[in-house]
Design a protein around this ligand. Structure first.
Ligand code: AMP
Ligand code: ZN
Length: 113
């Protein structure tokens, strides 16, 4: 996908702090962390929003989520973590390649306001 920041990061055209990669996903450190540990889990196949997600992409996203518990040691998530998908303007989505934020490293307040 042309002009997609995360496609460029996955392709290695823009540098990132990679934490994990397999055939279907790429996990790297958020450049502007909102918690002591803040990663982005990005399915490699580009799509912007859940509304556009195909059955195949849904299966891939499910596999990414299923894989995450096996990566807790690597990512330092043993004490728990929060997953967030920002969708659209009210949520503040800024990058239109679907991604899951992984936040960890402190006890987090529940209210996102
Ligand atoms: P969202 O606002 O949910 O679309 O999330 C986009 C995230 O991408 C934000 O948390 C940004 O801090 C992060 N981000 C933007 N540019 C980069 C980059 N070059 N490397 C790593 N993270 C980035
Ligand atoms: Zn993309």
């Amino acid at each position: 996908m042309e002009d997609c920041l995360f496609c460029k990061i996955i392709a290695g055209e823009i540098p990132s702090k990679k934490m994990y990669e397999d055939e279907e996903m790429y996990i790297f450190c958020d450049i502007d962390p909102k918690a002591p540990k803040h990663y982005l889990m990005v399915p490699k196949a580009h799509f912007a929003r859940l509304e556009e997600m195909t059955d195949e992409q849904a299966a891939v996203l499910g596999k990414c989520l299923k894989k995450l518990p096996s990566l807790t040691g690597l990512l330092g998530l043993e004490n728990g973590y929060r997953l967030i998908i920002n969708q659209g303007p009210d949520a503040g989505q800024t990058v239109f390649h679907l991604h899951v934020h992984i936040l960890a490293g402190k006890k987090m307040a529940w209210n996102p306001a």
